[in-house]
Design a protein around this ligand. Sequence first.
Ligand code: ATP
Ligand code: MN
Length: 477
Amino acid sequence: MRHTKVKDLLNSTTTLHEVNAKGWVRTFRNNQFIALNDGSTINNIQCVVDFENTPDETLKRVTTGAAVSVTGTLVESKGAGQKFEIQVSKLEILGDSDAEKFPMQPKKHSLEFLRENAHLRVRTNAFGAIMRVRSVLSFAVHNYFQQKGFVYVNTPIITGSDAEGAGEMFKVTALPFDNTPRTEDGKVNYKEDFFGKETNLTVSGQLEGETFAMALGQIYTFGPTFRAENSNTSRHLAEFWMIEPEVAFNDLNDNMDLAEDFIQYVIKYTMEKCQDDLKFLEGRLLEEEKSKPQAERSEMPLLEKLSFVLENNFKRVSYTEAIDILRDCTPNKKKKFNYIINEWGADLQSEHERYLVEKHFKCPVILFDYPANIKAFYMRLNEDGKTVRAMDILFPGIGEIVGGSQREERFDVLVEKMKALGIDEEELWWYLDTRRFGSAVHSGFGLGFERLVLFVTGMTNIRDVIPFPRTPGSAEF
Ligand code: ATP
Ligand code: MN
């Protein structure tokens, strides 16, 4: 007999004569009630064991974490909180679990402890919920772009260009560490390496993505991205997933419209599909908030916060306006910021971004038209000659979630900019070809998928929204 998913059993419209369920024991009460979970839903199904007719030997093996198979009838439950339960006629132990040693005890564990047990934390309610939400969100990403006719492009993970400039890179090499081949002047001779040149793990698929947008019109990437920044923050991973749409003939305003519509769509989709999980995560967050001082508590429960983002336009503010606001704000005047904003041109730190979003505007914010010299070389120079058509989207509790721009489509301006920054034209010959042959206005952005999952799940550390986080000093599993 084929087993039925717990989710389907709990959603059944009638009692059923014979059903089979397989899953893992969460708890076993009074030698009689198994709370069984199979990952299909956050909810457990209660399985009532006929303990008088079940050998003691078997009952003893029903321990937290054990894999079991239960066969019986699906009946209406007399207990509170569930419509159906299984009256068990046959109980089989599929895999024992040493209850003493099983790390996921039915009690509250710290997130730090759970991180050390990332292979088992997914068996807890919270991580089951987070990972199901993550899965649905990623499907929503594809759904959005596919419905709009975007082409999904897999840009290379091993990249031959070191000019992306988005972050520190991890080298990819097959050269030996001892007796590394050297050139005459003592440098590593990459000509003898696997690819015959220096290669790295990608920090962004944008440059390659642009070449595809200039043929296919609307494209998006969604893939692993690597940055060797040694920044141990709660918002940075060394390996994360990035979504990068790129659209021909879109200017910066179109780009903002796209980003806003896209984010609202994926959040709405996930709210519809993950009601139980989000309700659970909201409750978890409320519990967590209780232990914080009043001033640090978030003002809105999770679902309200998500609805707020759907129902309100993102506030669009130029960098120049933002600097004026920051320069005059109380934490700046009282020197509460770590970096005091004195003048136009300053790079914004996450404390400033969060002030704008959380204290000043109290809604998601799109900052645009940044000073050219704090942004990447490929961004479109404005007529004022000192700002570029960049945009960052800032979210409450997160800070930057999206970074994007209208791209510099003018060959001469782009080359001049590269020269000024010492970026090798020869190295990026293929990128410059997009501006040599049929160049056009185009725009795109990068959204860090884990930052989106952070926002939707209400979690606060990025290590808790990816299955096996890679961070400085940590690559277990
Ligand atoms: P930050 O200033 O937060 O370090 P960034 O400006 O370096 O980000 P971009 O190069 O603009 O980031 O990358 C686009 C998006 O990718 C960011 O808006 C963010 O959502 C995400 N992102 C960037 N770096 C990381 C990282 N190390 N871990 C997780 N997500 C990241
Ligand atoms: Mn950025």
